[in-house]
Design a protein around this ligand. Structure first.
Ligand code: HEM
Length: 428
């Protein structure tokens, strides 16, 4: 099958394919998508070398060619000096002090969305998508888009589905060709444009400009580069809302299967709330079990399950020569389940992260990436997730009526293969 390479195996079961190839060929091997060879690396030292080297870029890799159709020149898809400048512009919005200032709004949104959980089983991923979407627009853009949330989530989900299809299809088909995928993608992008118009229009009505990410963008780019402002907004939604929603979904799914752990977390939070009103970056260390549960969730179910780079200059990585033009793929999922590094790698252990990790484990734990392109929203994602989880666990017992085992499915992010329905019983 010269034209589809391993595309069929990848489309059918990427994680199974990567796992079986690693067992067969070790932590370095080549596979094909269409006629494009991809070098897969699963050794933490190789992964660290690639992610911190200047010989690799994002642009050039097939996945990024497709992502750029949606994210344009936003911070996740730009390169070189343009990227450096953008990251520098955006960074203050994610500083320690900015995140601390977001806490009360995150608490408010969590309370609003989670105050009255229904007695019937709910699609928990949908709920988490709504809450993370609402939080991002509130803390980064000081805008309440709650009336548009369902439409926005639907558009983002369509964008994800279309991108996955395009990335796994062995040929690049230009966006102007009216395939079903392209037409759906364009419709979803138009919907998203409308939401961005709402966000930008909202700013004109504010008497005093808030100190948020959107304001930093407006002050930097003004009217001169509206399309870049739009690219950054869509980037933050795509990079920040579904990733966090998936992490929360996996955490709650895991907790719904372990009542003893829920009790431990309930007691830990009770103790904590005697001293503190809110979770903040400063006091997170006082919730060691919750933190460990969240970290372990990200180990087993890293929302960004694949990281991709393109080699822009011949380079030697730990004795392996990588020629210019090679696409290199690395997977937090396989790395964080590598049996050579993690004991019982496929098992959830709530205390794994309570104990210090070995140096090798630290290098093998990269749910937020590594090096200069690592996640800009890491602290926000953590604070937000811990607040949402503690809000739920201190008020409800989480359970599933059918207790079905759910496997992960790698789309653009790592999602549950089936809808996760969970029940919430209010604590006495
Ligand atoms: C649990 C939640 C999250 C996870 C697991 C996650 C994971 C990641 C990873 C692995 C990368 C690096 C990708 C690469 O090297 O190619 C990344 C980059 C990025 N993330 Fe996150 N992320 C999360 C939440 C967020 C949030 C809340 C935001 C912002 C609202 C955000 C914004 C970004 C951006 C803009 C980048 C690109 C950074 C750059 O290229 O300079 N992420 N994320």
């Amino acid at each position: 099958m010269p034209f589809i390479g391993h595309a069929y195996a990848l489309k059918k079961d990427v994680l199974g394919f990567l796992g079986s190839q690693t067992s067969k060929h070790g932590d370095r091997f080549v596979y094909y998508v269409g006629i494009e060879p991809h070098l897969f690396l699963n050794d933490p030292l190789d992964v660290e070398s690639v992610l911190t080297s200047t010989c690799f870029a994002k642009t050039g890799a097939r996945a990024y060619r497709n992502l750029k159709l949606v994210l344009g020149e936003g911070v996740a898809t730009s390169e070189g000096e343009t990227w450096k400048l953008q990251r520098k512009t955006l960074q203050p919005a994610f500083h320690y002090s900015s995140i601390e200032a977001m806490v009360d709004r995150i608490v408010l949104k969590s309370s609003l969305f989670l105050a009255n959980m229904p007695e019937y089983a709910i699609d928990i991923k949908q709920k988490m998508l709504e809450i993370t979407m609402s939080i991002i627009s509130s803390v980064l853009m000081s805008t309440d888009i709650d009336n548009h949330i369902k439409k926005t989530i639907e558009a983002l989900s369509t964008i994800q589905i279309c991108l996955t299809k395009r990335i796994l299809y062995p040929l690049d088909i230009p966006l102007w060709v009216p395939t079903l995928t392209n037409l759906s993608l364009k419709r979803a992008l138009n919907t998203f444009d409308e939401i961005i118009q709402v966000i930008l229009a909202n700013r004109n009505f504010l008497e005093e400009a808030p100190k948020d990410m959107l304001q930093l963008l407006i002050e930097t780019y003004g009217n001169s580069n509206k399309s870049l402002i739009k690219d950054q907004i869509i980037t933050m939604f795509i990079a920040g809302h579904e990733t966090t929603a998936n992490a929360l979904t996996w955490a709650l799914y895991t907790l719904s299967r372990d009542f003893e752990l829920q009790e431990q977390l309930f007691n830990e939070y009770n103790e904590f709330s005697r001293e503190f009103e809110y979770i903040t970056i400063k006091n997170i260390s006082r919730l060691p079990i919750l933190k460990s549960v969240f970290n372990e969730t990200l180990r087993l179910y890293p929302p960004v399950w694949m990281i991709i780079r393109y080699c822009i200059q011949d380079v030697d990585i730990n004795g392996l020569t990588i020629p210019k033009g090679t696409t290199v793929t690395m997977s937090p999922y396989t790395l964080q389940r590598n049996p050579k590094i993690w004991e019982n790698p496929d098992q959830f252990s709530s205390i794994r992260f309570k104990n210090p990790l070995s140096d090798f484990q630290k290098k093998s734990y990269i749910p937020f990436g590594l090096g200069p392109r690592q996640c800009i929203g890491k602290d926000l994602a953590q604070i937000e997730s811990l607040i949402v989880l503690s809000k739920l666990l201190s008020n409800y017992v989480v359970f599933s009526e059918n207790n079905t085992l759910i496997e992960p499915e790698p789309k653009v992010t790592l999602q549950p293969k089936k809808t996760v329905y969970l029940n919430f019983k209010r604590r006495a």
